[in-house]
Write a protein that binds this ligand. Sequence first.
Ligand code: ATP
Ligand code: ZN
Ligand code: MG
Length: 302
Amino acid sequence: MDIQTPLLNRLFDAGLLIDTGVDGLYGRSGAFEDVIARFETLIETFGGADNAEAIRFPPGMNRTHFEGSGYMKSFPQLAGTVHSFCGCDRDHMNLLKCMAEGEDWTKDQEATDIVLTPAACYPLYPTIAKRGALPEGGGLFDLQSYCFRHEPSKDPARMQMFRMREYVRMGTPAEVRAFRQQWMERGKQLIETVQLPVEIDIANDPFFGRAGKMLANNQRDQNLKFELLIPVTSTAKPTACLSFNYHQDHFGATWGLKTTDGEVAHTACVGFGLERIALALFAHHGLDTADWPEPVRKALWG
Ligand code: ATP
Ligand code: ZN
Ligand code: MG
């Protein structure tokens, strides 16, 4: 295999990813999906004993919940809204005329009640808050969702639509900190099990604009986010494949999420970037899973 050819082209040539004509929007082959399914099973063997409550949300969320989350304050550049045609017959005629003439037909589309999910855990907080105070010992949830981020790129590890598997903990500060610490250790072991090089580092999100600088500094100074990095397309700039986030009382205060004792709940989440992990496996072990090292095959296929 020509190592000089960019990874994205090699993935297209091997049929693992399928070009749609839009950067960051790809089809996936059965072989690619199988790796993700097997890796998710491996994640479950590490987290299975914790008895997390599984919930699956679709890749779109309630727009009111999205608005309440504060996402537009931090990352307006990444968000994607769902708009639809809501007009009458005459508007429809105009729409078709506009399209036929190659003009912008999207400007009259109207916002729906749905926004594309930016991170798998966003729909969870208002949902759990609605149940009332958390039980004794807090809450633990298992999520997986396609997510959207408007960040088109030729880097196959930076997609616009990708899946995040998450565990989310809600409870006292001590409970959620212990959860995050445990997953930082487990995450490292998990990735070592499939023989990938790992490094854990403190992380910084690209908060938007001037006000975002302060948010970024605060995130760094308070150790709110760590990432597990694996070289995928570059050894100098390894790719974040897992992230470990401590939100303090941000979501608890936003949604009125309470512990049994009536305190504002703290929350933390661990997020696995499923496509990034699959890409790391293909980049390190080869594009044909039959050629992968025996211990890696054993860990994934048993
Ligand atoms: P990056 O710094 O590379 O942009 P991030 O800090 O924005 O990543 P998170 O918001 O922590 O990522 O998302 C959780 C996980 O989802 C990441 O650890 C990563 O594995 C995955 N992820 C994030 N953005 C993308 C993307 N554009 N394409 C594929 N996977 C992604
Ligand atoms: Zn999360
Ligand atoms: Mg990002």
